[in-house]
Ligand binder design. Structure first.
Ligand SMILES: *Cc1c(COP(=O)(O)O)cnc(C)c1O
Length: 456
């Protein structure tokens, strides 16, 4: 008998994952170790613990333990907004008139509006457990800062956010959400830190960058007693926490005996994509199943499709460990596109290594076609998607249209990472027909690659 799939597949509270999954444990060839930028030696736990909470530093370096227990307090917090639904996009399928079955995992159902809360609460929890006073971080588009300020408010931790200056000025609503949760928000580059003062002197009037805000936040953490630095993407610990997305998705599919063919996620620093695909890639690594996995990035910041696989700096100030990743070079400044969360120059070392080994493919898409897909989706599925998430929607629609041509009944699963209510300026540009597409030239990329450190 054919079982009818509901529009929304919810797991029961007791079916929520009790452990995070560390995909590195199943990788025969591991991601390359992170290096001290001065000595070029692998970073030791003790050294890393000066920047990150000790337990998070241990998670960062652990590439052999497959499962980590999710502490009870974090699971209780998760229960406020998880399990998140896996939605069968029946209305979109009908609209596209495709034989494909389309599902999306919706992570926008919390006030931060994105998946970032999954890691924010974990990082704040370990900081609290270590007896710290607070944490520092950077935020670009503002989703991470919002998620972190929510988590810190819940645990009564101080939260200092360095927000890229142009976002600070252009996104006052995000800033005020953070302040409402009690966070201290500083436009970056600021005059609070040595690196901020240096960048301000060198480039007067600069509106900042993510790499620069990271350097400021790290400096602020190490120069204050009882503070550590936290980061919302790229790191292996973040991928670990975000595996809750993939574990829930897999449990929901298994519950109805559904086998995904294609899994799609947008990729900025790689955390939602890495978290979504981890359990599925785990099966591939163990030879148990096969999937077609697609990472989608903006054509304006194409680290996987046009970057190089090399050791690079994670920040402008060059204070963070060197990471081997697909990168456009730490000096690369993407054009002012509207998917703020996808503007990072590099990619998670785990996603990079899996991509290098051929476990996933990557596509880059231009922003007007992304917004067109967002609009199509919003009209029939009701949710106004974040521009970042809409990259995944665009490719999911492309794949569904291919099924229409071939008559194949494929099952497509994609990650809908968040909502776009704070991105109305971008939607306005799109609606007014003023949105521009930007693709960096070969010369521009070559200039940026020239500044890569010699660590290989
Ligand atoms: C931050 C963000 C992303 C991109 O970050 P990843 O680490 O690549 O997942 C995607 N979607 C939303 C809504 C975000 O806030």
């Amino acid at each position: 008998m054919k079982q009818t799939i509901p529009y929304k597949i919810y797991l029961e509270e007791q079916e929520m994952p009790k452990q995070w999954y560390n995909v590195r444990a199943d990788m025969k060839k591991k991601p390359a170790p992170i290096l001290n930028p001065g000595t070029l030696k692998p970073v030791a736990l003790e050294e890393l613990s000066k920047i990150f909470c000790t337990e998070l530093a241990a998670q960062e370096l652990d590439d052999t333990t497959p499962y980590f227990d999710i502490p009870g307090e974090i699971r209780d917090f998760y229960k406020m907004y998880r399990p998140s639904p896996l939605v069968r996009a029946y209305c979109l399928e009908k609209k596209l008139d495709t034989p494909a079955h389309i599902y999306y995992k919706f992570e926008g159902n919390n006030t931060s509006g994105s998946h970032k809360l999954n890691s924010a609460i974990a990082q704040a929890y370990y900081a609290k457990k270590q007896g710290l006073k607070g944490v520092t971080t950077e935020t670009g588009a503002g989703q991470w800062g919002t998620a972190l300020s929510m988590a810190c408010a819940y645990l009564d931790l101080d939260c200092q956010v360095y927000m890229v200056k142009c976002s600070y000025e252009q996104k006052p609503f995000r800033r005020e959400v953070m302040r409402t949760y009690g966070a201290q928000v500083t436009p970056s580059p600021s005059m609070n830190t040595e690196i901020g003062r240096k960048i301000n002197a060198e480039f007067p009037g600069t509106t900042g960058s993510l790499g620069c805000a990271i350097s400021e936040a790290v400096e602020a953490a190490v120069s204050q007693e009882g503070y550590r630095y936290v980061l919302g993407s790229v790191l292996t610990q973040v991928l670990l926490h975000q595996s809750v997305i993939g574990l829930e998705t897999k449990a929901a599919l298994d519950k109805y005996g559904i086998k995904a063919d294609t899994i799609i996620g947008c990729a900025g620093g790689g955390s939602n994509l890495g978290g979504l695909i981890s359990p599925f890639v785990g099966q591939m690594l163990r030879g148990e199943a096969d999937y077609d996995i697609i990472a989608v990035e903006p054509a304006s910041c194409p680290s996987l499709t046009r970057g190089v696989y090399a050791y690079d700096f994670c920040d402008t100030g060059k204070v963070c460990p060197l990471t081997k990743m697909y990168t456009l070079g730490s000096g690369f400044i993407p054009s002012a596109n509207h998917s703020g969360g996808l503007r990072y120059h590099g990619m998670s070392s785990v996603v990079s290594e899996l991509y290098d080994q051929g476990y996933l493919t990557a596509r880059s898409v231009e922003q007007t076609e992304v917004f067109r897909a967002a609009q199509t989706f919003a009209k029939v599925e009701g949710i106004l998607p974040a521009p970042e998430s809409s990259h995944a929607i665009k490719v999911a629609i492309d794949e569904a249209m291919k099924c229409k041509e071939t008559g194949k009944e494929k099952t497509i699963v994609f990650g809908l990472t968040g909502t776009g209510y704070f991105d109305m300026m971008a939607y306005q540009k799109f609606n007014d027909g003023e949105m521009k597409d930007y693709i960096p030239s070969e010369e521009e990329l070559a200039r940026s690659f020239a500044s890569l450190p010699k660590a290989d």
